[in-house]
Design a protein. Structure first.
Ligand code: GLN
Length: 284
């Protein structure tokens, strides 16, 4: 069997099992099985796989069919054009979370951010993407999960930002010792009742309580104490959560400006709160 045939058969099998992005997943698994780059793969599509390579590849495809995410199999995931190490200690970064990074960079263009805190950093994807784009900004990244922070350390080393991203262990904003210009967070926001089927990823990273917004609301209530005057809060949310979160923010920050940004599928994904420097008032 040639590489081309293996790719096309694997695509068909994955797609037939309702796996999204079957062509990409087949390619990632084949590259990983053969330890080759994408270029090598496409330059040599007529190359014959050895029986052993075939066996390795089909075993990986079976693992995918059993539900294991490809990113855990290959220990890699691309986010914001960067390659991150991932394993089951962390949630796999989702493409829609790149929107958080884009909105943060938009804010940074309008007024320089000297400090940013990424809350619930997981593998560090958001904090590291921002650190690379904003070399003058001091970045804090917190997580309640010590094992997740071990992964974030590996990624900070991999991307050469271990001296610029300050990793802190603790719940939400607790480990932050000073107010920051921007708090950015992709917290767990899946409803408790919807995570029963999660087999591979850490539930702690997904479980947002009974209505999904418990952790997000908790952060909103704490944010006033850790945002500098004129600071901003950027939150990723799930489908249908816009109303509850914006209502709470309006109550807590009556003078704050709120914007909601939809993702590429049109789902309200990022809520942005900007405090006005002069009238910042925290409602308790
Ligand atoms: N978007 C993720 C999912 O649907 C949820 C991420 C989160 O809870 N922060 O799996």
């Amino acid at each position: 069997m040639t590489l081309k045939q293996a790719l096309s058969r694997a695509r068909g099998i994955l797609a037939g099992n309702n796996i999204e992005d079957a062509p990409l997943e087949a390619e990632l698994l084949l590259k990983y099985a053969l330890k080759i780059s994408r270029t090598q793969l496409y330059l040599d599509l007529d190359h014959e796989l050895s029986p052993q390579q075939e066996q390795t590849f089909w075993r990986l495809v079976e693992r995918r069919l059993s539900g294991e995410p490809t990113a855990y199999t290959t220990t890699h995931r691309e986010f914001y054009g960067l390659d991150f190490y991932v394993d089951p200690r962390v949630l796999i970064p989702r493409p829609e979370s790149e929107l958080l990074v884009e909105v943060a960079l938009g804010l940074a263009q309008n007024h320089p951010l000297s400090t940013i805190a990424d809350i619930g950093t997981g593998c560090g994807a958001i904090a590291i993407s921002l650190a690379l784009e904003l070399p003058k900004t001091r970045i804090y990244a917190t997580d309640i999960s010590a094992p997740a922070l071990e992964v974030a350390i590996l990624n900070c080393q991999k991307h050469g930002v271990i001296d610029r991203v300050h990793l802190l262990h603790g719940d939400m904003l607790d480990p932050l010792l000073e107010p920051v210009d921007l708090i950015i967070a992709n917290l767990p926001y899946v409803k408790e009742s919807e995570i029963a089927g999660v087999k591979f990823e850490p539930r702690l990273a997904l479980d947002g309580g009974s209505d999904g917004t418990e952790r997000v609301r908790q952060l909103c209530r704490q944010a006033g104490g850790k945002l500098s005057a004129g600071g901003s809060l950027l939150l990723e949310i799930g489908r249908g959560q816009r109303g509850a979160v914006t209502a709470l923010l309006n109550t807590l920050f009556p003078n704050g400006g709120i914007e909601v940004v939809p993702d590429l599928s049109g789902i309200d994904r990022v809520i942005s709160l900007s405090l006005t420097a002069s009238k910042h008032k925290v409602a308790r």
